[in-house]
Design a protein around this ligand. Sequence first.
Ligand SMILES: [Zn+2]
Length: 81
Amino acid sequence: MKRDISPVAPECLHLTRKDMVNTRRNALLERNRQLGRIEAALARMEGGQFGICAQCNGSIPRGMLEADPAMVRCPDCLRIC
Ligand SMILES: [Zn+2]
């Protein structure tokens, strides 16, 4: 069975084609942003800096890294920002 993936918004959403394009563009931008964060986290791992706050050089708690491995700041520095 072929799945319809055409870029046509359901009429009940009252979206224009421009809305759909903007939504897709924003989704791509977000995906690229996340990819950049992940690549930066991998680079920090390779450089031995993973888990170290980029701002104060303190430790980032394990729980925060488990929730978001791309985290670059400790809780104290996140509060300041
Ligand atoms: Zn910090």
